[in-house]
Write a protein that binds this ligand. Structure first.
Ligand code: PEP
Ligand code: MN
Length: 359
């Protein structure tokens, strides 16, 4: 094969039974689209490396072409998080709790930290649902400036107290670069929310802390954009990143967001980072959380993140999607029954001060 000086943007893997006509046709179509094609004949199959505009190549739909087995985009734009450079899927540890292949990790808690009592009650609910990590926002990125913005540092102190009492490491959101240092002093894992997925200064700042990061998918972001956002964090030397699919905006209004369930296997194939699902922010309604949790586990998610609240009717944020006591058993039995079926061990809460026995 003639070595191109340019970088391959895409590779077409021909099927072993592909004919010369199939190969010529692929090359012809790439040329017609303004690209260059470099044919490499292996012992059992032929690979065609493409140089040029990936968007143009996508439009060719080469995957459906006769004799084509696979079309692989070369993701130089996110090589650190890509499986091409790191084939084994990663496990990320949060205060001793593993998230990744082989385990199933439940993160649960209130959308927002409101009071010490509410946060502790929610932590107990989270445990009853099978959670080993506690979530809760002290800094809330709200669409309306009039909506509840969170308790700030007081909320972080409440979370730290509840962590000590419940023995659960905490996941909490950071919304701007200037508060990263403060939030990192309290949190076991820093959450970057959907509205901030492309806040590049924030991504770089959380990448510099060395704390694990939960990166939610932007509600209007493609999977490529999501992985490139993760790459911003990785580029700062922090590969402890967990991706969270939380629903995207579509024309559908019956749910708060459309849970893009296929994103889970797609991303797990392209990136070594663990991928979890947030059925609460995608469904947006309590009755959808249990079925979407089942779907997340069945599709192979490495975990779920679920909103719970001791009194949803009085919640200052996202009460409609919060699970109540009556739902906890159901979540616990789903995760207990489905984990072994999916080849996973349900992660247990960390015993006080100790390391998690799982993973
Ligand atoms: C949250 O988890 O509380 C949150 C704000 O989520 P998202 O960024 O997905 O809307
Ligand atoms: Mn919320």
């Amino acid at each position: 094969m003639k070595q191109p000086r340019e970088v391959f943007r895409m590779v077409v893997v021909m099927a072993p039974e592909a004919t010369q006509e199939d190969i010529d046709a692929v090359v012809g179509r790439v040329h017609a689209a303004g690209g260059k094609a470099f044919v490499s004949r292996g012992v059992t199959r032929t690979i065609v490396g493409l140089v040029g505009d990936v968007g143009e190549f996508d439009a060719l739909n080469l995957g459906r072409h006769s004799g084509v087995a696979d079309v692989v985009r070369i993701s130089d734009s996110h090589k650190l998080v890509s499986r091409e450079h790191h084939p084994a899927r990663s496990v990320v540890r949060v205060g001793g709790v593993p998230i990744g292949p082989g385990t199933l990790t439940v993160i649960a808690g209130p959308c927002a930290v409101e009071t010490p009592e509410q946060t502790l009650a929610a932590a107990m609910m989270a445990k009853a649902a099978g959670a080993s990590l506690l979530r809760g926002g002290a800094f809330k990125p709200r669409t309306s400036p009039y909506a509840y913005q969170g308790l700030g540092e007081e909320g972080l102190r409440i979370l730290a107290d509840v962590r000590a009492e419940a023995g659960m490491p905490i996941v909490t959101e950071v919304i701007d670069p200037s508060s990263v240092e403060l939030v990192a002093r309290y949190a076991d894992m820093l959450q970057v929310g959907t509205r901030n997925m492309q806040n590049f200064a924030l991504l770089q700042a959380v990448g510099s802390t060395g704390k694990p990061v939960l990166l939610k998918r932007g509600f209007g972001a493609t999977i490529d954009e999501w992985l490139m956002a993760a790459e911003y964090i990785a580029q700062r030397g922090n590969l402890d990143i967990v991706l969270c699919e939380r629903g995207i905006r579509t024309f559908e209004t019956a749910t708060r967001n459309t849970l893009d369930i296929s994103a889970v296997p797609v991303v797990q194939r392209r990136s070594h980072l663990p991928v979890i699902v947030d059925p609460s922010h995608s469904g947006g309604r309590r009755e959808l959380v249990v079925p979407l949790t089942r779907a997340a586990l069945a599709v192979g998610a490495d975990g779920v993140m679920i909103d719970v609240h001791p009194e949803p009717a009085a919640a200052l944020c996202d009460g409609a999607q919060a699970l109540v006591d009556a739902d906890l058993d159901e979540i616990a039995s789903i995760v207990t029954i489905l984990s072994p079926l999916m080849g996973r061990t349900l992660t247990q809460p960390v015993p006080h001060g100790g390391l998690n026995p799982v993973g």
